[in-house]
Design a protein around this ligand. Structure first.
Ligand code: ADP
Ligand code: MG
Length: 343
């Protein structure tokens, strides 16, 4: 069933920036990510849902009822921010109990709810500490537990892991996903980090300059980007000039199959994992190896072909047989092309 429905949301700031015509349905128990570069309007959408910002037009409904007339504290939403917003002088326990006391819950019930929430975020031992004694990751877990305790119908998370280092960010991703599965909570997650979005989302909304560019599953966003912007923003990709004829695309002397039919000048987008070395003389491009970067179990190899430098991923064993300056031929196993912007 539909938990959150955003209908033609518009917000224009005095500067002319804002969001335009945002429509989105989020299903119960779904984790939907708003992804896009800084300034594209992600926070504006989130704050409109949370009630911290009044849109110019459009509607926001939770389970079929508009929430626009409700102040933030009356909305069935809770928000987690990048800066944890914990009360520094209160213990973790009191930070979590505060909202429950306001709701006039009984002392015993508060105790058991808080302990349950601390267990969920793996922080039982921090109960009596003040936030200042905790690491960034632990503080963000407290903020998450506090939001979960409010039992929102939709949990809003605005770049919650951005302040954490790379390793911790990855752990927090897994943990959030795990909590989300166990609680069945509907979540809207905001990030500018495409890897984070790909790894935790049921669906991703790619935003650009205040508008939705594509709304699909992570797999579709990665494999079937609908625009050149999405192709370039998500994952690594080579962009190569070509000429399309139906489902075939010519790059130099070589022809490859393309995922979508396009005629005329195109930009062929090829992911580094879809570039391969070949002995075949036909339907392959000549190139010279410019650089080999060992990245653990694989290497990233740069191949100069004509006026372009293409990146490809090569398994470690194979990369050991390659050297700088070597003449090779390359092929593409998967090409998604776009009409050339200049055409
Ligand atoms: P994001 O979260 O994707 O980085 P925001 O939603 O914060 O983007 O902002 C979208 C655009 O609106 C940006 O250009 C930003 O500068 C502008 N903006 C956001 N809030 C305000 C505001 N209160 N007043 C004026 N401009 C704003
Ligand atoms: Mg933001």
């Amino acid at each position: 069933s539909i938990q959150l429905s955003i209908r033609d949301l518009n917000k224009r700031f005095k500067t002319g920036d804002g969001v335009k015509g945002i429509s989105l349905d989020v299903m119960k128990g779904e984790l939907v990510t708003l992804l896009g570069p800084s300034g594209c309007g992600k926070t504006t959408v989130l704050r409109s849902i949370g009630g911290f910002l009044a849109p110019d037009s459009g509607d926001i409904q939770i389970r079929g009822s508009s929430i626009l007339h409700l102040p933030p504290e009356k909305r069935p939403t809770a928000m987690v921010f990048q800066s944890y917003n914990l009360w520094p002088h209160m213990t973790v326990y009191d930070n979590l109990a505060f909202g429950l006391k306001l709701r006039k819950k009984k002392k015993d019930e508060i105790r058991s709810l808080v302990q349950e929430a601390l267990k969920l975020v793996q922080l039982e031992s921090a109960e009596h500490k003040t936030p200042g004694l905790l690491s960034g990751g632990q503080q963000q877990r407290v903020a998450l537990a506090r939001a979960l305790l409010l039992e929102p119908e939709v949990l809003l998370l605005d770049e919650p892991f951005s302040a954490l280092d790379a390793k911790l960010r990855m752990e927090m991703r897994e943990e959030l996903r795990d909590i989300q599965r166990r609680t069945g909570m509907t979540m809207i997650f905001v990030t500018h980090d495409q890897e984070e979005a790909l790894s935790i989302s049921d669906r991703i909304v790619v935003m650009r300059a205040g508008e939705i560019e594509q709304l699909s599953t992570p797999q579709e966003i990665y494999d079937q980007p609908q625009t050149l912007f999405v192709a370039g923003f998500i994952g690594r990709i080579n962009l190569i000039k070509g000429t399309g004829t139906g489902r075939s695309v010519a790059v130099g002397e070589a022809r490859f199959e393309q995922e979508r039919a396009h005629d005329g000048a195109v930009i062929a987008a090829v992911r580094p994992e879809d570039v391969y070395l070949t002995e075949q003389e036909t339907n392959s491009l000549p190139g010279m190896i410019r650089q080999i970067m060992i990245l653990g179990h694989y290497a990233e190899v740069s191949v100069e072909s004509g006026e372009q430098v293409l990146k490809m991923f090569v398994p470690r064993e194979q990369s050991a047989r390659l050297h700088h300056g070597q003449q090779v031929r390359i092929g593409f196993s998967r090409v998604v092309s776009f009409p050339s912007p200049g055409a």
